[in-house]
Ligand binder design. Structure first.
Ligand code: ADP
Ligand code: MG
Length: 621
């Protein structure tokens, strides 16, 4: 049934807010409205091409696939026409009256903040269409869906609160956007201006963009050309085009292969990590093509999720052209493509780290967190990722990072394992008790300073057939001390007598009860009286902190406390135990709390502070 009346509808509240921001945004940024509308037209054409392959029966079958831009400088209008997929009445209402993700937590507030700061980002949030209202006093969208039985409709709005929908018979397939320019935007009704903006932002749109009947863009699939025919500027321009970005890529990988699959791929590493800038989780950035026809934009299938920061294009002519989005997900060929391209990309990063260490360092500093995510979640590429990891260590300069390979290369012959220790900063780690034994034995230790790091090492398990061992493990087995060390030790103060020490440790365990699994004499401590270690060797203290924060403490088993029986405090404690057992008990509890703090673990602060004051009071008596 044909609907002949015009209807007025309210925008969703978020759209109203967004329009308000857009309308008041800076003049200098306004050019991008055309980029957004052209990009929508190109998307619509790509979708049409794919849908035609899937369905065959389409409206206006022979209309050429192109975008036309025209203007009228008397009426002050600008018109952008495409022969793409078009929109039905419901689609107009859905797509141009609401914001797709606005329901999900924080999405809209992040979007609003970002767009306020930089209108340029509007496309990245999937709301580019509304940029038209920067230059328009009224926008009309006339659209006819490709579906044979659909009807044409016009959507119209002045950007303030509501829009109208009315039937619009006699349209060709696709969408025509008519912008009535506002008084500040008359400049845009000029052939020169339009061409300039198309050249700047839309040169790589894969359909002809015609201005006054003349094609103004390059129309080429850059990834399909041979490397030697492409200039650096072209790569950069292409990167900016596909990622809606203004920056220049940190790195690119352009490769083609014939076996086992025919692949042409062009991948980029951006300069900025929008996730850490607080913009929420990124969508995938690589699109999948078959013989230059877009199969899936920003495909979640072509690279693993942890590589979502990579932008680019993958084209494989081995894919069936008419494959549907659903079928991509469990297509064996796509899985194979994913594996090949991921391996190739990781190999490229490894080569880059070798040849251009400074570039790789930037990549690591910006996107290392994604590689760590991969190390904890992707078994298939685990070994390749392990080679790309970088950390500070006890033998690196502060701020400088080393690879696991460098560590292994420096290992002494009798060292069997790779050691790491977690702490909030280099200073905290170097001031804590965990490094003492390693320092004494001149053994390098990797510093893991991010919460995820210990999970990474625990997932890797080993590197180059050497076990990765946390320095807070109870059963750590360091090489024998050298002769000079032994001589030094002989000079040192004597240990407690064995029987006294034995009884002291048992008594300490009694006091601490379930808080520790055991209290044992330490072979590793030099300057500190006590240290908390993990007897199970599964979770490090850093991991424990995270498990607790996420209510998974049931997974954690209790700790051992190791005691340095040569330490003055411990000897004093043995003595005090015989004189004032009550006071000696509080010392034991305080030693435990101190060791827990050094392990970065939680204690009960109130009773600790009270006890600590009592001890201080007595010290001053
Ligand atoms: P995005 O393009 O990121 O999805 P936009 O705000 O630019 O966000 O567009 C919103 C939606 O409106 C698009 O996803 C698309 O479904 C629809 N749309 C916009 N312009 C066109 C067009 N020219 N042809 C068909 N559909 C369009
Ligand atoms: Mg868009």
């Amino acid at each position: 049934m044909t609907d002949t009346k015009s209807e007025t509808r309210e925008f969703q509240a978020e759209v109203k807010q967004l329009l308000d921001i857009v309308i008041h945004s800076l003049y200098t940024e306004r050019d991008i409205f055309l980029r957004e509308l052209v990009s929508n037209a190109a998307d619509a054409l790509e979708k049409f091409r794919h849908q035609q392959l899937l369905e065959g029966d389409v409206f206006d079958k022979d209309a050429p696939l192109e975008i036309a831009i025209s203007f009228d400088d008397k009426e002050q209008t600008l018109t952008i026409t495409d022969s793409g997929i078009g929109m039905t009445r419901e689609e107009l209402e859905q797509n141009l009256g609401t914001i797709a993700h606005s329901g999900s937590k924080n999405f809209f507030s992040e979007l609003a903040e970002a767009v306020k700061k930089d209108v340029n980002l509007i496309g990245q949030f999937g709301v580019g269409f509304y940029a038209a209202f920067m230059v328009a006093k009224k926008v009309r969208v006339q659209s006819r869906s490709y579906r044979p039985d659909a009807e044409g409709y016009e959507w119209a709005s002045e950007g303030s609160g509501s829009y109208t929908l009315s039937p619009c018979p006699g349209l060709h397939r696709g969408t025509k956007i008519i912008i009535e320019l506002n008084d500040d935007s008359h400049d845009y009704a000029s052939e020169y201006e339009i061409k300039r903006i198309i050249k700047q932002y839309s040169n790589f749109v894969p359909f002809p963009i015609k201005v006054g009947g003349e094609k103004v863009n390059t129309v080429q699939a850059l990834w399909a050309k041979s490397k030697s025919d492409i200039k650096d500027e072209e790569y950069n321009e292409f990167y900016k085009f596909i990622s809606n970005a203004m920056d220049e890529p940190l790195a690119k990988l352009h490769f083609s292969a014939d076996a086992p699959l025919a692949i042409k791929a062009l991948l980029f590493v951006p300069t900025e990590n929008f996730e850490t800038l607080g913009f929420g989780r990124m969508d995938p950035g690589v699109s999948l093509y078959c013989q230059k026809i877009l199969i899936e934009q920003n495909s979640a299938n072509i690279l693993p999720e942890w590589l979502r920061f990579v932008k680019g294009v993958v084209d494989s002519e081995d894919l069936p052209l008419n494959i549907s989005r659903q079928a991509l997900q469990d297509n064996a060929l796509v899985a194979k493509l994913n594996k090949i391209i991921t391996s190739r990309f990781l190999k490229h990063l490894a080569e880059l780290a070798d040849k251009e260490p400074e570039t790789y360092e930037k990549i690591w500093d910006t996107f290392g967190i994604f590689l760590k995510e991969g190390a904890t979640s992707d078994f298939l590429h685990r070994d390749a990722i392990a080679k790309l990891l970088r950390f500070e260590s006890s033998k690196s300069e502060p701020g400088q990072k080393i690879s696991l390979a460098e560590y292994v290369q420096r290992m002494a012959e009798d060292q069997k394992e790779i050691y790491y220790v977690n702490g909030p900063s280099r200073q905290a780690i170097e001031g804590g008790p965990y490094l003492e034994a390693f320092r004494k034995n001149d053994i390098e230790v990797i510093y893991t300073m991010e919460p995820i790091d210990d999970f990474v090492f625990s997932h890797l398990g080993e590197f180059d057939s050497k076990k990765l061992v946390s320095a807070d493990r109870a059963d750590i087995d360091l090489p024998e001390a050298s002769e000079t060390d032994k001589a030094e030790e002989a000079d040192k103060e004597p240990e407690l007598e064995a029987a006294v020490a034995d009884s002291l440790l048992k008594w300490m365990k009694e006091i601490l009860g379930d808080k520790v699994k055991d209290v044992v004499a330490s072979k590793r401590l030099v300057d500190s009286p006590a240290i908390i270690v993990n007897p199970d060797g599964v979770f490090t203290s850093s991991m424990e902190r995270i498990l607790k924060a996420t209510n998974q403490e049931h997974q954690i088993s209790s700790k051992n406390m190791e005691i340095n029986t040569q330490h003055g405090l411990i000897k004093g404690l043995a003595d005090m135990r015989t004189k004032d057992e009550e006071f000696a008990r509080s010392i034991v509890e305080q030693i435990y709390d101190n060791a827990m703090i050094q392990a970065g673990l939680l204690i009960e602060p109130r009773s600790m502070v009270e006890r600590n004051y009592k001890i201080l009071e007595r010290a001053l008596q």
